[in-house]
Design a protein around this ligand. Structure first.
Ligand code: ADP
Ligand code: ZN
Length: 633
């Protein structure tokens, strides 16, 4: 059997995603590889296909015990002899898994790093071992956002199996992390397979936060009935936002570390099995979540870094269908992150520099009126749009950026966030900067905004600031715009927020003073007034056509009525099978497969086999039931 045969027979897919073939070939040739693909890029098939080809045992090291059982279930659904060994396993299960391993039946074995480090696991089976795949390999790196000490010790174990190929997989693509992985595992002269980090099926929106409850509700309402995650910084915000959504009739639950473990488990389970649409959570939620049809992720607060944002927002649209990521930004979030990082005292200089860089980068991503796809991609060191089409996820058709019309999938390129023309931006920036200058950095942003708006204010009058030339200088612009400009000047390093006696003060920086002398440049966006009406604008505009052409790649809620009816019936059948087998629905079939079934309406098993995502085993198991649901009127 060739890798292509395995892809078709076990998974029902007819073409590799970018770099999958190269990864499989490296493993089969006994070479180490470093595989960097964005979420949804298809990393698991890189090591599952070698297992399906029956050349030996594939060991997968994964830190996510909570996910392992679902991964094993999904691999078995594809017809692989898969097992997992980790500390949460019931002893009967463990016994059977050991038995299968000892008899040499297992082809794919998931283990936690802790379990592997015990050392007894692979005694006597070293020569059967074809490949060790290390998933979430960025955990080995201090630079990454999820460093795990156990990962540092994997090298000891790997050393005992010099003949097995090693494959490190991650979605985090910063060069430092990449080098850390190669050195830390270590990888021996690895093939480097680095995909393009862009996720063309995601629509990004970064908006100034004005009223988080209303903005979150608006984002949720763009996706009625669909799965989504709302992230908030504090437990209190989580509770508040969840209560607001529930009051508006949204099926949702809160999730944070302060809730009883049982409540958390239930919320997670209901979300994964699609009985619950929306989870409102602190970032404690997500590591163990593999629901592939998350249609939107909203950040009510700014995350700590672009890496965090990519990881968290990346949970949307893993199935490749359109999905939306909304970020509500305020500079005060960055100030809070800094305060939290330094709450036990000042950081050592290098940590401090890293922190400041990370905050600046995420601020720039959220506030600069520049294409979000471009900013994200360039942050990870890749050109945008992808050059030459060699990278992963580069949408065919190349509409992205070609001819300068932008990605068509972010607030900037969709025309929701407009930039001021350069001269106007410079003039406006100078007005804001001079207000901060005139007040000598002794007041907060709120005060400076009021001053610029020319507001009646007791303190302003007492300070005699109503006599300043800057008083009321931007009174026509309106408060949201002026606030937004202050934030944008902060993230561009022209203003700074300095904590003094727990009070954040707005100061002009050296670069800001230089700009007032016409040295340097500035960009300013206007807050998106039309964001509420942004409803489906541009969604799906740039979904990669894939081997079977576009057309069927609609988001479920956008299907024509007849197909939507079939889709709902298919979903019901899927829910039934999933409940019977106690696996999440996506393990049976992904949404994208159901969408395609609803569009193509196959009448025979032969025709059903052609639908993407229908492998041999699933065809036998489920084919008849789904055909019946398609045919029923
Ligand atoms: P990652 O781990 O990189 O986020 P997954 O391995 O979960 O990605 O794969 C993402 C989705 O893409 C899954 O639904 C998977 O079944 C699907 N997929 C993987 N390879 C292919 C392929 N060659 N063609 C079509 N779909 C694929
Ligand atoms: Zn764009």
């Amino acid at each position: 059997m060739t890798p292509e045969d395995a892809l078709r027979r076990h998974w029902g897919y007819d073409a590799f995603k970018p770099l999958q073939r190269e990864a499989v070939e490296a493993a089969l040739a006994g070479r180490d590889s470093l595989v960097v693909l964005p979420t949804g890029g298809g990393k698991s098939l890189c090591y599952q296909i070698p297992a399906a080809l029956d050349r030996g045992l594939v060991l997968v090291v994964s830190p996510l015990i909570a996910l392992m059982d679902d991964q094993v279930a999904a691999a078995r659904e594809a017809g692989l002899a898969a097992d997992a060994l980790h500390s949460n396993l019931e002893s009967a299960h463990r016994g059977r898994a050991w038995g299968r391993l000892a008899r040499g039946e297992t082809r794919l074995l998931y283990v936690s790093p802790e379990r592997l480090l015990v050392g007894d696991l692979l005694e006597g089976m070293g020569d059967r071992l074809l490949l060790v795949a290390v998933d979430e390999a960025h955990c080995v790196s201090h630079w990454g956002h999820e460093f795990r000490p156990e990962y540092r010790r994997l090298a000891e174990v790997l050393e005992r199996f010099p003949r097995a190929a090693r494959m490190a997989l991650t979605a985090t693509a910063t060069p430092e992390v990449r080098e850390d992985i190669a050195a830390g595992l270590p990888l021996r002269d690895p093939v480097r397979l680095v995909g393009h980090p862009d996720r063309p099926n995601l629509v990004y929106r970064a908006l100034p936060r004005t009223d988080s409850a209303a903005q979150v509700l608006a984002a949720v309402r763009r996706h009625p009935g669909e799965g989504g995650i709302v992230y908030a910084q504090t437990r209190r915000d989580v509770e508040r936002l969840a209560a607001g959504l529930a009051k508006a009739g949204v099926s949702c639950a809160p999730y944070h570390a302060g809730l009883p473990a049982d409540d958390r488990r239930r919320a997670q389970e209901e979300f994964v099995s699609e009985r619950l649409a929306v989870i409102v959570a602190t970032i404690a939620f997500g590591m163990g979540i593999d629901r592939s049809n998350v249609r939107f992720v909203v950040h009510a607060n700014t995350p700590k870094s672009v890496e965090h944002y990519q990881q968290e927002s990346g949970r949307a649209g893993r199935d490749g269908l359109p999905a939306e990521c909304t970020l509500l930004f305020a500079v005060s979030d960055l100030v809070l992150h800094r305060a939290l990082a330094e709450k036990d005292g000042p950081l050592p200089p290098d940590r401090k520099r890293t922190l400041e860089r990370q905050l600046r980068d995420i601020g720039r991503f959220a506030a600069a009126p520049v294409c979000r796809h471009r900013l994200l991609t360039e942050h990870f060191g890749a050109p945008y749009p992808a050059e030459g089409g060699g990278g992963a996820a580069a949408g065919p058709g190349g509409g992205a950026g070609a001819g300068g019309e932008g990605c068509g999938a972010c607030d900037v390129c969709l025309g929701e966030t407009r930039s001021l023309p350069p001269e106007e931006a410079l003039l406006t920036a100078k007005k804001v900067l001079s207000a901060a200058w005139r007040t000598e950095g002794r007041y907060g942003a709120g005060y400076v905004v009021k001053l610029l708006l020319g507001k009646e204010d007791e303190r302003i009058r007492q300070n005699g600031h109503d006599a300043l030339r800057v008083f009321g200088l931007l009174s026509d612009a309106g408060e949201p715009a002026v606030r937004w400009w202050v934030d944008q000047l902060v993230v561009q390093g022209l203003l700074d927020v300095v904590e003094e006696r727990d009070y954040p003060l707005l100061r002009i920086t050296a670069a800001g003073r230089a700009l007032c002398r016409d040295e340097g440049t500035v960009r300013l966006g206007v807050p998106p007034v039309a964001a509420k009406r942004a409803r489906k604008a541009g969604r799906g505009a740039r979904v990669p056509g894939g081997a079977r052409g576009a057309g069927v790649l609609l988001e479920p809620s956008e299907l024509p009525a007849a197909e939507a009816g079939i889709f709902e019936r298919l979903r019901e059948v899927r829910r039934r099978f999933a409940a019977e087998q106690k696996v999440p629905p996506y393990v049976v079939f992904h949404d994208s497969t159901l969408v395609e079934m609803a569009a193509l309406r196959p009448r025979t098993l032969e025709a059903l086999r052609l639908v993407k995502g229908v492998g041999e085993l699933k065809l036998q198991r489920y084919g008849a039931a789904f055909l019946e649901a398609i045919g029923a009127e």
